[in-house]
Design a protein around this ligand. Structure first.
Ligand SMILES: C[S@@+](CC[C@H](N)C(=O)[O-])C[C@H]1O[C@@H](n2cnc3c(N)ncnc32)[C@H](O)[C@@H]1O
Length: 272
């Protein structure tokens, strides 16, 4: 089974089984407008997909995996050989030269993103107010950035996907009856490190409006979020399941249990 190529905050690996058992049995095109690490996409390997994320460096990486997996592997091998604490800072500075200029992104940036993600602190993607990537080194001894077979499999899966970089709303414009959209936006009420400005309350309302609009069109929708009154109120007309998740608390390393919601606009394969 194909695994995400990078570790992404909010990654869905833990909730995968809960999500999969709630997916519709049959659907046409698979949409994932908040792609991140794409845990569900890589796991289910849909026959046709539209994937999107706001993050330009991330989307550049997926385009390179799709089109140039061999070159990416070569880039990653070089990073593995060169890795030291000092090298991490050199790569980060280089990555920041092009970070605010999406037109200049290339295979080099794709390799650097994987390296920084795997060797940085906790797989975070964080930028400062000026838009520069500022995640410190994770001080890891071993530098293992990829599994060759997994990159090839990810490349094959991405060949069946249209890859878009932009706002979630636009990327779902062409979704039609019988398609399936998996919405995994940044959660409500959590500190958002994905983008400058964060995912606001207004964005959550905009997302709920889109969810309703797609429901009327006959598009199957499944959405995950935090278990809060605000979210439950936004989606009160739909099917809401509360699921338990383990959360790592960094300061003492212990697991705590939290609750999230999985919201669908269908039961079985019947739309609400
Ligand atoms: C919770 S993560 C998705 C995690 C993903 N499901 C996984 O398994 O790794 C949310 C993603 O939404 C993206 N994002 C934030 N705001 C967005 C927007 N307005 N439109 C599209 N993507 C956005 C972030 O860049 C981030 O990658």
């Amino acid at each position: 089974m194909t695994k995400p190529v990078i570790k992404w905050a909010g990654g869905k690996t833990q909730l995968l089984q809960e999500i999969k058992k709630r997916m519709p049995t049959y659907f046409n095109t698979y949409y994932e407008p908040f792609f991140g690490g794409g845990a569900l996409f890589f796991d289910i390997n849909p026959k046709k997909a539209v994937i999107n994320d706001f993050n330009q460096e991330l989307i550049n990486l997926y385009k390179e995996i799709k089109n140039n997996p061999l070159d990416l592997i070569e880039e990653l091998k070089q990073h593995q050989i060169n890795h030291t604490e000092e090298y991490y800072n050199v790569v980060r500075s280089d990555f920041n030269i092009r970070i605010n200029d999406p037109g200049s992104l290339s295979i080099k940036d794709a390799g650097e993103l994987v390296y920084l993600n795997k060797m940085g602190f906790n797989g975070l993607y964080r930028v400062n107010l000026n838009g520069f990537y500022n995640v410190p080194s994770g001080h890891k001894k071993r530098c293992v950035l990829f599994q060759e077979q997994n990159i090839y499999e990810a490349s094959e899966a991405l060949k069946k996907a249209k890859i878009i970089c932009g706002d979630f709303e636009l990327s779902c414009k062409k979704a039609k009856k019988g398609d399936f959209v998996f919405f995994d936006s940044p959660y409500y009420d959590t500190f958002d490190t994905y983008q400058r400005g964060g995912f606001t309350t207004e964005d959550h309302k905009r997302l709920a409006k889109l969810f309703k609009k797609l429901s009327k069109k006959g598009v199957y929708c499944l959405l995950t979020n935090s278990n809060t009154d605000f979210i439950k109120e936004l989606y009160q007309d739909f099917n809401i399941d509360v699921v338990k998740v383990k959360r790592m608390i960094n300061c003492d390393g212990k697991n705590r249990t939290g609750e999230e919601v999985i919201i669908t606009n269908y039961r079985g394969d019947e739309l609400c």
